[in-house]
Design a protein around this ligand. Structure first.
Ligand SMILES: [Zn+2]
Length: 237
C-alpha cells in the first residue's frame, strides 16, 4: 500500500492567484485534488491523504510535516499558475532544486509560493538540530532524483491534455517540496491568469481529465520504480 499526500495549494486567507474571471487558485486546486484523491483511493494498493479538505490556511511546513507523519511515499502539491502577461499558458511541474531556482521566472514563482508562510504569520522553519547533515544531504539528493523521475512521468501525461509551459521538469526552491525523504512535485495545472485556461480550470470535465492525467503519471512512475524495490536511505523523524 502506497500513501500519496495531495496538497491543494493555498487556502483560507491566502487565495493564491486570482483569475480575471474572478476564480481563486485555492478553489480550483482543491477541486482537482479532491478528484485526484477519489481516483487514487479507487486504485488497488494506493491511498491518499489531503493536507487540507476545506477552505482554510495551512503553513507550508505543516503540509510537509503532515506528509512525513503519515509516512507518505509521494507528495503532490497542486497549484494554478499566474503571470502578468495574459498569454502565458500551459502546465508545469516543479521539483526541488539544490542550488535554488533554475531560472529567473522559476525564482519569481518560488518567492510567490514561499511567501504564503508569511500569511500564516508563524515561524515554523526550525530544522531538527539532531539530523546529521551528511545523511540529510544524501537522502535529499536521492529524493530529488526520484522527484525528477516522477515529475517527468506526470509532465508527460499532462502534455496529452494541455500545452506544456516548458518541455521539461523545472527546479525551484519551493518550501513545500523540502521533505528530505519523500519524492515531491509541485504541479502548476494551468494559468489561471489566462482567461481560456481559467475557464477550463473551472470546468468539471477538465478538472477530471487533469486528475486522471496526474494519476496516470503517478502509476507510470510506480510501474518503473516499485516502492518495495526502493531502498530507503533513512527515515528521518
Ligand atoms: Zn500557487
Amino acid at each position: 500500500m502506497v500513501t500519496i499526500v495531495l496538497d491543494p495549494g493555498h487556502g483560507g486567507e491566502d487565495p493564491g492567484a486570482i483569475g480575471r474571471g474572478g476564480s481563486y487558485e485555492k478553489t480550483v486546486t482543491l477541486s482537482v485534488a479532491r478528484r485526484l484523491k477519489e481516483k487514487i483511493d479507487a486504485t488497488p494498493n494506493m491511498r491518499s491523504v489531503l493536507t487540507r479538505d476545506g477552505d482554510y490556511f495551512i503553513p507550508l511546513q505543516q503540509r510537509v510535516q503532515k506528509a512525513r507523519r503519515v509516512r507518505a511515499d509521494l507528495f503532490v502539491s497542486v497549484h494554478a499558475d499566474a503571470f502578468v502577461k495574459i498569454t502565458a499558458r500551459g502546465s508545469s511541474v516543479f521539483v526541488l532544486s539544490e542550488t535554488g531556482a533554475s531560472s529567473s521566472a522559476a525564482r519569481w514563482l518560488a518567492n510567490k509560493e514561499n511567501s504564503a508562510d508569511l500569511v500564516g504569520g508563524v515561524n515554523l522553519g526550525v530544522k531538527d538540530p539532531y539530523l546529521a547533515r551528511t545523511l540529510l544531504d544524501l537522502s535529499q539528493t536521492a529524493t530529488i532524483n526520484d522527484s525528477l523521475k516522477l515529475g517527468k512521468d506526470v509532465l508527460g501525461e499532462l502534455g496529452r491534455i494541455n500545452t506544456l509551459h516548458k518541455p521539461h521538469v523545472e527546479q525551484a526552491g519551493f518550501a513545500v517540496l523540502k521533505a528530505p525523504d519523500i519524492p515531491s512535485i509541485l504541479i502548476e495545472t494551468a494559468f489561471i491568469s489566462n482567461p481560456e485556461e481559467e475557464a477550463r480550470l473551472n470546468d468539471e470535465v477538465y478538472q477530471d481529465r487533469m486528475a486522471e492525467a496526474i494519476l496516470k503519471g503517478i502509476r507510470r512512475y510506480f510501474a518503473k520504480n516499485p516502492p518495495l524495490a526502493k531502498s530507503k536511505l533513512a527515515r528521518l523523524d
